[in-house]
Design a protein around this ligand. Structure first.
Ligand SMILES: [Zn+2]
Length: 254
């Protein structure tokens, strides 16, 4: 897969080569601009496409040998919907992973405790989930991740190692921060668009088409449609013989 370093080296070599040729034969400045814009386009796409692993290694799916999937919920815990979702998961003995925002963890420690007590996993989804998170420098990114990990440890008693970047964005400063914090970065390979698509049936149809053994499914426990989507997803998984497990279980060998 393409890496940020490789693509930058290729673009630099291309620009230098053209520069040398330009010395002997006049080359249109458009060519320089085109190469630069192509580099910029690939970097921008790489920032939003976690499965490319452009800046940092990212897990977007588990082993395909077992009929297991990981349902993941981002942006909670949410006082209105997270407890409802926990209630729905129970009768199916389905386990999930909740990528929680630090400031929401701080406000709702009892929900975090319930999540863990019921056998689910908590992961780090930054402290602020700021819209400009992708523009934070390394130091601030490390602070965001550490603050959230400290909260998780204080509330659950367990050390967290999982991180899902807000908006699924990775870039050089996030990559540098991760070399310090050593988190395992978890993406997804089945995106529900549950916050954008307003009809649960449409979301479900999307999910049903895309789910396969080892899938990591992205949902959000932050909106009123989520409980219905979860219930119908669990019914579908049961019918198809899938087991819903935490990220750790999905990634366990054997
Ligand atoms: Zn998020």
């Amino acid at each position: 897969m393409l890496k940020f370093g490789q693509i930058t080296v290729v673009a630099t070599i291309a620009l230098l080569t053209i520069g040398v040729i330009d010395f002997f034969f006049e080359i249109s400045p458009i060519l320089y601009v085109t190469i630069f814009l192509l580099w910029l386009l690939v970097v921008a796409l790489g920032s939003f496409t976690m499965r490319w692993q452009f800046f940092t290694s990212t897990i977007t799916k588990g082993s395909q040998t077992k009929k297991q999937v990981a349902i993941t919920f981002d942006d909670g815990p949410n006082t209105a919907y997270t407890p409802q979702i926990l209630k729905l998961l129970k009768p199916y003995n389905a386990k999930a992973t909740f990528f929680c925002i630090g400031k929401h963890i701080e406000a709702n420690p009892e929900i975090v405790q319930q999540i863990v007590a019921e056998g689910h996993t908590i992961g780090n989804h930054s402290y602020s989930h700021a819209t400009n998170f992708g523009f934070f420098r390394k130091k601030r990114t490390v602070q965001e991740l550490s603050k959230t990990d400290t909260l998780i440890e204080k509330i659950t008693g367990a050390k967290n190692t999982l991180f899902r970047p807000p908006y699924g964005v990775t870039n050089p400063s996030i990559a540098k921060a991760l070399t310090e914090t050593n988190h395992t970065v978890i993406g997804w390979n089945v995106r529900s668009y549950d916050t954008v698509i307003k009809k649960p049936t449409k979301v479900l149809n999307r999910l049903k088409k895309r789910i396969s053994p080892g899938s990591i499914i992205l949902l959000h426990d932050t909106h009123s449609r989520c409980p219905e989507i979860v219930e119908r997803l669990l019914q579908f998984l049961k019918k198809e013989g899938y087991e819903a497990v935490t990220i750790e279980t999905l990634l366990t060998k054997n």
